[in-house]
Design a protein around this ligand. Sequence first.
Ligand code: THU
Length: 165
Amino acid sequence: MNSMKKEQYSFQFDVYDSIDALSKDDALLLQQARVVTQIAYAPYSQFHVGAVARLSNGEIVKGTNQENASFPVSICAERSLLSSTAALFPEANIETMAISYHNQNGHSSEPVSPCGMCRQALLEHEKRYDHPIKLVLGGTEGKVYVIERSSLLLPLSFTGDDLRK
Ligand code: THU
C-alpha cells in the first residue's frame, strides 16, 4: 500500500535590535560591510551591496556587487567575495560574513538575505572547507539577523554528493 508522510524543515536565527547588541567582532564586521556598500558598482539597479568576511587566519576580505550593461554578467557582492577569498587565501576558511546594502537613497533599515544563487555558492564554500559560515545581515541601520551557518538558508540542496549518486 502506498503511504505518504509530511516532512518539515525549520531553522532558528537570532534577531538583534541593532548593531549595538552584537558581539564586538560581529559589530565591527557589519560596520565594515556598511562602509563597503559605498564602493559597490551598481549603476543600473542603484542597489549597493557590501559583504565582508573574517577568515580563520584573521584576514578581512571585502566584496561588492559588480554590475554590467549586459545585466546577467553582473555578480553579487557575496559571490565576488567568495571568489576573491578563495583566490587570495585558499588555505583559510570563512568564519563570518557580514552583508549590508543601501538603495539610491543611501540607506536601508532592515536586513536582506543572500539571493538563491549566492546561497548555492555559500553552500559549496562551506562544504569545500568543511566549516560553517556565520552570516550577519543588516541594513545601514536597524535590526540585525545572525544566522549560524549559511547552509541553513538552502534546505534540500543540490551538492557534489548528488553527482555521484
Ligand atoms: N545583489 C547582491 O549583490 N547580493 C544579494 O544578495 C542580492 C542582490 C545585487 C545584484 C544586483 O547587482 C543588485 O543587487 C540588484 O539585484
